[in-house]
Design a protein around this ligand. Structure first.
Ligand code: GDP
Length: 372
């Protein structure tokens, strides 16, 4: 019995000692790991970062620890254009099944083009041409009309021939990105940086939208994800100074390409037109060389995008359009309106939110996706 009491006493004593010794250690351990993460955050601060004074933009170099993996397979236009494709090809199928091209058939075709947001002007021109060819006996039957429409649309996209992005000229190549807020400008710059870097070019980003702190933050995230440097300025600072700094820095470091973001409140702030002109002037001053001014338009806004586009055309010479969100839009016909009514080539199309969801626009693929 005594032995049993001795054993019990030993067990209780062991438990008490264990609690007294182990618990404080654990607490200390937790405190230690907390201070450890704070140290990591300090180490993570971008090397070479210059503290911002709040007055003039200061170049900040962001160097990521682990950029995202190599660029993946680009998505297929046909697979991602489901909404426009579903709408348009449905009408085309119905038209093909008709025995003759009567008034109802013309109405359906008009509805298809308008609903896909090809636009009234372009739709009217296309249909007038087709009707006259039917009356002249040149086109017989629904299949022939569909084939002719397909050919007309393809031809109206011919202005895209040779519309690759330009790197030509002396000095540091600059691509400016313009467009209203929310169209996908920042995302597009991030995607382009990724593509260009994967193609072997060294890229530097310029956070030229100094009106919105969030815009610079977002671009900074892309810089880190992509593993490229970014030049940022103070919020409310002079955007031309940021672009100027970026060009100087790119020149000094031997970067191939500067991708410059710009503010997107053009439609509400008249002075932003002047600001945009100034950014362009500054960016084009040697050693800078503006090769592209890319207008970013959101495909889901359809015809409204054309009104926006005209404002930017007046402000700054646009060399081409990046049409974003084609994946979520039934208004893909806007591609045709952009080219016919604005005379601007669509150079790139955004097909999703992922980092690789940006592809060069291919007119053949686009028309095939609508009809086949
Ligand atoms: P910004 O204000 O013009 O810089 O626009 P953001 O780059 O912030 O993009 C606005 C939103 O559009 C974000 O949620 C993006 O992920 C989204 N977005 C951008 N491009 C595309 C695209 O091609 N497809 C889809 N589905 N979403 C996109």
């Amino acid at each position: 019995m005594l032995a049993l009491w001795i054993v019990l006493a030993v067990v209780v004593a062991t438990l008490v000692v264990g609690l007294v010794v182990v618990v404080p250690r654990r607490r200390r351990g937790r405190r230690d790991s907390g201070s450890g993460s704070a140290t990591t955050a300090t180490i993570d601060a971008p090397p070479g970062a210059i503290p911002r004074t709040g007055a003039e933009p200061a170049p900040v170099a962001a160097r990521p620890e682990e950029p995202e993996p190599e660029v993946g397979e680009p998505p297929e236009l046909r697979d991602r254009m489901g909404k426009t494709r579903g709408l348009f090809s449905g009408y085309v199928r119905a038209l093909r099944s008709r025995s003759s091209v009567d008034d109802e058939a013309w109405d359906d075709l008009e509805e298809a083009l308008l609903r896909a947001d090809v636009g009234v002007v372009t739709t009217t021109a296309l249909l007038e041409d087709l009707r006259s060819r039917v009356h002249a006996g040149e086109l017989r039957g629904a299949d022939a009309v569909v084939a002719a429409l397909r050919e007309d649309l393809r031809r109206s996209l011919d202005t895209t021939a040779g519309t690759g992005l330009s790197y030509e000229g002396d000095g540091t190549c600059v691509w400016l990105f313009v467009g209203v807020n929310g169209v996908g400008k920042t995302t597009t710059i991030g995607k382009v940086a990724r593509r260009e870097k994967a193609a072997g070019r060294s890229v530097l980003l310029a956070a030229g939208d100094t009106f919105r702190a969030a815009a610079a933050e977002q671009l900074d995230l892309w810089a880190q994800r992509t593993g490229v440097e970014i030049v940022r300025g103070a919020e409310g600072g002079d955007p031309s100074a940021v672009v100027f700094d970026a060009v100087q820095r790119a020149q000094a470091r031997g970067n191939d390409l500067v991708l410059a973001d710009t503010a997107g409140r053009l439609h509400t702030k008249v002075n932003l037109v002047e600001e945009l002109k100034k950014i362009r002037r500054v960016a084009d001053r040697p050693p800078g060389n503006v090769n592209e001014v890319l207008l970013v338009l959101d495909a889901t806004t359809g015809q409204n995008g054309l009104t926006q586009a005209r404002q930017f055309l007046d402000a700054v010479g646009v060399t081409g359009v990046v049409l974003t969100k084609l994946d979520g839009s039934a208004k893909g016909g806007i591609v045709i309106a952009i080219q016919r009514e604005l005379g601007l080539p669509v150079k790139l199309v955004g097909l999703g939110e992922g980092p690789d969801d940006l592809v060069p626009f291919d007119a053949d693929e686009f028309v095939a996706a609508l009809f086949d």
